[in-house]
Design a binder for this molecule. Structure first.
Ligand SMILES: Nc1ncnc2c1ncn2[C@@H]1O[C@H](COP(=O)(O)OP(=O)(O)O)[C@@H](O)[C@H]1O
Ligand SMILES: Cc1ncc(COP(=O)(O)O)c(N)n1
Length: 303
């Protein structure tokens, strides 16, 4: 390691970060996004698959669950050989997979010291609107919340987890998040991406504990359709940044700043909406990209 790497600063140890999530073959969400996000934020990325999806920037056309015993086999193979500093959990498509992951988390917390930090993104619906887990799994995921250190629900997920209506204001979302934090003894990063921007054009995410708001984070709202995988990418960045700093407030600040720039840089990518001629001679504006395109995880590296 060089003394002061220009991209990542002075890192004494590269944290080992494991994503437990589904695959998005188009590379914008799921484990593909997680691996890019962990790498861009300065971690060594590992990934255990829970499901394969068939999806692209337009939507999800299929899903195939991995057998729960094989999810566990992947996790054991990693944990028996590697000290895991942080775990990010994404798509858990069936109740049986959730049960397998829960048992693994309980074991790894006992067997590794210090225990890995666990960030749970309770993924339920893709940005395209397609559901990513069945109803039985929706109930099971509530039982997993207590295993996490931090959960990162968006506004609709917050409503499902709280068994109440979708919050229309930040105040209402904050009340739901505080109740969840109390009930499950977990920190909540309430993501405000589904609420309208405030008068200054900013979105607000809030770190909430059992006593209420710990810190508010304002980020500039970017008028871009390229938000496929923002939730996956943010939770992976958070797990990695926490493993680097050991403190949630700087971890959220760093993860948010990186994500905001990655959305801002997304226009440099030409992914989705058509398979037109592509290459140095092609016109990148030739196609109207109608779906939700990916963010540019490495925009800050590529300059
Ligand atoms: N258009 C946008 N401009 C800037 N930040 C955004 C935008 N959309 C989402 N974000 C940020 O991306 C993260 C995930 O957003 P959100 O849409 O709430 O969750 P999810 O992707 O799980 O649906 C949040 O931190 C949110 O502030
Ligand atoms: C395999 C998989 N996992 C998660 C998401 C959610 O993506 P988002 O980050 O846009 O909410 C997705 N579309 N596909």
């Amino acid at each position: 390691m060089t003394e002061n790497n220009t991209l990542l600063g002075d890192i004494p140890t590269i944290p080992n970060v494991l994503s437990i999530a589904g695959s998005d073959p188009s590379g914008g969400a799921g484990i593909q996004a997680d691996i890019k996000s962990i790498s861009a934020n300065g971690g060594y990325a590992m990934a255990a698959l829970t499901a394969l999806t068939a999806q692209n920037t337009q939507g999800v056309t299929g899903a195939l669950n991995i057998a729960p015993e094989f999810v566990r086999a992947q996790l054991d193979a990693v944990a028996e050989d590697v000290h895991i500093d942080a775990i990010k959990i994404g798509m858990l498509s069936s109740a049986d997979i959730i049960t397998a992951v829960r048992a693994f988390l309980q074991d790894v917390k006992k067997n590794q010291s210090p225990a890995p930090t666990i960030v749970l993104d309770p993924v339920m619906v893709a940005t395209s609107g397609d559901r990513l887990l069945d109803e039985e799994a929706e109930a099971a995921i509530k039982e997993l919340l207590a295993e996490a250190d931090l959960i990162t629900p968006n506004i609709p997920e917050l409503a499902v987890l709280s068994d109440s209506g979708v919050a229309e204001t930040l105040d209402a979302a904050r009340t739901q998040a505080t109740a969840l934090a109390q009930q499950h003894d977990v920190l909540v990063l309430l993501k405000g991406g589904h609420l309208p921007a405030n008068a200054d054009g900013q979105l607000t995410d809030e770190l909430v504990g059992a006593e209420g708001v710990i810190e508010s984070f304002n980020v500039p709202h970017i008028a871009s359709p390229n938000t496929h995988g923002t939730g996956c990418s943010l939770s992976s960045a958070l797990a990695t940044q926490y493993a680097r700093t050991g403190d949630w407030v700087p971890a959220v600040t760093a993860a948010q700043a990186w994500l905001n720039q990655a959305i801002a840089d997304s226009g440099l990518l030409t992914v989705g909406g058509g398979t037109e001629e592509h290459g140095p001679q092609a016109d990148p504006t030739a196609v109207e990209r109608t779906g939700h395109g990916p963010i540019n995880h490495f925009g800050q590296l590529w300059g």
